[in-house]
Design a protein around this ligand. Sequence first.
Ligand code: ZN
Length: 151
Amino acid sequence: MTETERVTVDPVFEAAYEAAQKSLREGGIPIGAALARGGEVIASGHNERVQNGDPIAHGEMSALRVAGRQKSYRDMTLYTTLAPCAMCTGTIIQFKIPRVVVGEAETFPGEFDLLRSRGVEVVVLNDDRCVDMMRTFQNEHPELWAEDIAE
Ligand SMILES: [Zn+2]
């Protein structure tokens, strides 16, 4: 899908994308996420492995941490620029987040089968900006990328 084919701009997804860009500017891994309820952003965050030396701080985990304690996630959507890994998928299942919107799954397949098997709705946007952002990063920093996905 090309940029011109993108019919609507989702402000929540843009918050996730902006968080990824912020991480990139900081020298970190460019993966961002945002948690939303009814189209309203509750929190956003980005991968902080490099910035904080925190291996668990994937974009999704950081956004959930920023959101703080929530009584329920059942009316929420988690947005992420890249398909969620096994750790983040486990957290999505554990917190019973019913819907995940993903920027792209071309550069990393994630755990869609596991998410869907647990009843989580997965929407993939095929956003070219996210693919370009990750391809560039993976080419320029293969060691950081391998570290983040434990390869
Ligand atoms: Zn993850």
